[in-house]
Design a protein around this ligand. Structure first.
Ligand code: 5GP
Length: 210
């Protein structure tokens, strides 16, 4: 194999977490669109679909019973209860993509993020924060879909999520979507150059083809 072939095999989970309203879903979409060999993990959830959301695209919408069956069968690599609903990441799809050299982008909450970091020590973790708490509140209010009470709850939850920030390797401030996405892309590129990933199970001579 040539160095280039080895580089193309390097793949890892990319955990992206952050308070709701910080903009992590937008940033993940932007990242998936501009970086090669990255695919989005589609989670399983017991929450009902909203608006234009599609089964199998945004989420797999399942009943509580189905969720429990998947969990009991070991089909979820992580799961958590978030804002009163259950969410989980299907294991098989992710492992198959990783094996073929595709990194998997996981837009998940901090409880799930920590489980992924434990299950995959080579995972890359990125925590997205709003430029300030004032901006975060403004973004939550401008969504227009939540009551004042729901916004207060999300803000309180945001502080709870922030308590996990020290478990994450990279912090990206979402000041503008374009620049935040380009910093996330830089993180992925740099992680793909890590010697420990490239030389896994081979020597430098194997790597350069000596
Ligand atoms: P929403 O219902 O607004 O789409 O998502 C609510 C929260 O659940 C977000 O913080 C989102 O990142 C998180 N979430 C989505 N999918 C998963 C998952 O598979 N596992 C975990 N732990 N959290 C998830």
């Amino acid at each position: 194999m040539k160095p280039d072939d080895i580089i193309r095999k390097v793949a890892f989970p990319i955990v992206v977490s952050g308070a709701s309203g910080a903009g992590k879903t937008t940033l993940c979409r932007g990242l998936a669109a501009c970086v090669e060999r990255v695919a989005f993990s589609v989670s399983v959830t017991t929450r009902p679909a909203r608006g234009s959301e599609r089964h199998g695209v945004d989420y797999f919408f399942v009943s509580d019973g189905e969720f429990e069956r998947m969990k009991a069968a070991g089909g979820l690599v992580e799961w958590a209860e978030v804002h009163g609903n259950l969410y989980g990441t299907p294991r098989a799809w992710m492992d198959e993509r990783l094996a073929e050299g595709t990194s998997i982008l996981l837009d998940i909450d901090v409880q799930g993020g920590v489980q992924i970091m434990e299950a995959y020590p080579d995972a890359v973790s990125i925590f997205v924060v709003a430029p300030s708490m004032e901006v975060l509140e403004k973004r939550l209010r401008s969504r227009g879909s939540d009551s004042d009470e729901a916004i207060e709850l999300r803000l309180r939850n945001a502080v709870g999520e922030l308590e996990y920030i020290e478990r994450y390797t990279y912090i990206v401030v979402n000041d503008s979507v374009e620049s935040a996405v380009s910093r996330m892309a830089a993180v992925v590129d740099a992680e793909r150059c890590r010697r420990s990933r490239l030389f896994e199970g081979i020597s430098w001579k194997d790597f350069v083809g000596l």
